[in-house]
Design a protein around this ligand. Structure first.
Ligand code: FE2
Length: 378
């Protein structure tokens, strides 16, 4: 498909240019010719445009552009780790969409070897990105949307699981299994009637019974694929088990639930709480973390919850916050209770007073109400 130049204009762009596939584009590359929307005369990008990750994502996902002429003097080393990570996330998302199918498609019948190879590549990219850029979780929130498709949820859960794994000092070889299992944890949902998956509001008993089959269905898809270890398949099978034995499908307890499954459970619940749903607003980070803390040793493994809370401090140092009494403050350090950090008051007339919300009992009735989005970060 010729998509990289205007109709009637020579296909040869500048002699110092090369034609590359959109999958290989990188932020910072400069177009050596106009980029045209396939099947039309519409110019999407002018010659000489420096590409960023959003442009690249749109070229591939929105406009189905196949190839682009870029200038040859581009050096991959000019891309920052952060940019590289962002590119990887967009690429991962589009690969997952290919593998899972969009939510309008018929239920998935088979998980092919080709699909599992793609998932394995996504896992590699994600782990590399997460080791290269600690702030990558901020980008994860950009993936949240009202139409919360399974493939996006799976990507976020994988990013969170790997971050928790890092906090638990999991060896890198285990991280691969964790990431692949997290990417695939809900693949069984793609075998369930989409009307049930997308139903807003409360499910009937029959519908809930159908949904509860997705862990086994995922396990069966992976087993038929033949390329997965028991560890990965069990993590998919057990991601809805609860630490006290009240989960499904097997009602397993404590360490009967595999370690990887226990990590994915934490990431899965947190993502469900903080994502939009057709029938409710997302919970705030603090509300969700309060809930997660409350579930330690019942729903969740205590050690994993601790690692999770360390990795996802809701009020990072330097963050501006609004207190329960309406005053404004900035976080200056964190406590073991991540919801009650040490803060400094920032309103005029407060004299820069420092308050330890956890260790100073005088302030036990004072808490953080919300992040101050309008505040100026220090
Ligand atoms: Fe699930």
């Amino acid at each position: 498909m010729l998509i990289f130049c205007r109709k009637g204009v020579s296909l040869m762009a500048e002699s110092s240019s090369m034609k590359i596939r959109v999958e290989e584009l990188e932020s910072g590359m400069v177009t050596a010719d106009n980029v045209i929307e396939p099947g039309t005369d519409r110019v999407l990008l002018l010659k000489g445009t420096t590409l960023d990750s959003v442009m690249i994502f749109n070229l591939k996902e929105r406009y189905n552009v196949g190839e682009v002429f870029i200038r040859k003097n581009f050096s991959a080393s000019t891309i920052s780790a952060e940019m590289r990570a962002e590119i990887d996330i967009h690429q991962s998302l589009s690969t997952l969409k290919d593998v899972f199918g969009s939510d309008d498609e018929k239920p998935l019948k088979e998980f092919t070897k080709e699909a599992s190879k793609q998932i394995s590549n996504v896992a590699n990219d994600l782990i590399t990105s997460l080791y290269a850029d600690d702030n990558i979780l901020l980008k994860m929130h950009q993936l949240q949307s009202y139409d919360d498709y399974t493939y996006k949820h799976c990507l976020r859960v994988a990013m969170m699981s790997v971050t928790i794994g890092k906090s638990l000092d999991l060896p890198r070889s285990k991280m691969r299994d964790l990431c692949e299992a997290a990417l695939l944890h809900d693949i069984g949902k793609r075998t369930i009637d989409i009307d049930i998956i997308r139903k807003p509001g409360r499910l009937t008993d029959d519908e809930f019974t159908a949904i509860k089959k997705h862990p086994q269905n995922g396990y069966i898809l992976l087993r038929k694929n033949g390329g997965y270890s028991e560890e990965i398949m069990n993590a998919v099978l057990m991601h809805h088990e609860k630490f006290d034995g009240t989960g499904y499908p097997l009602g397993l307890k404590g360490e009967q639930i595999t370690y990887l499954a226990r990590i994915i459970t934490v990431a899965d619940v947190y993502d469900a709480l903080t994502s939009n749903r057709p029938y409710r607003q997302p919970w705030s980070v603090a509300e969700a973390e309060e809930f997660m803390m409350g579930g330690a040793n019942t729903h969740f493994d205590y050690d994993i919850i601790t690692a999770f809370l360390n990795a996802f401090a809701p009020y990072p140092v330097g963050e501006n916050v609004i207190l329960s009494d309406g005053r404004h403050a900035v976080v200056i350090s964190n406590n073991s209770n991540v919801l009650r950090p040490v803060i400094r008051l920032t309103d005029e007339g407060e004299g820069d007073e420092v308050i330890d919300l956890y260790n100073n009992f005088k302030y036990l009735t004072l808490s953080i109400k919300s992040l101050d989005k309008d505040g100026i970060n220090e």
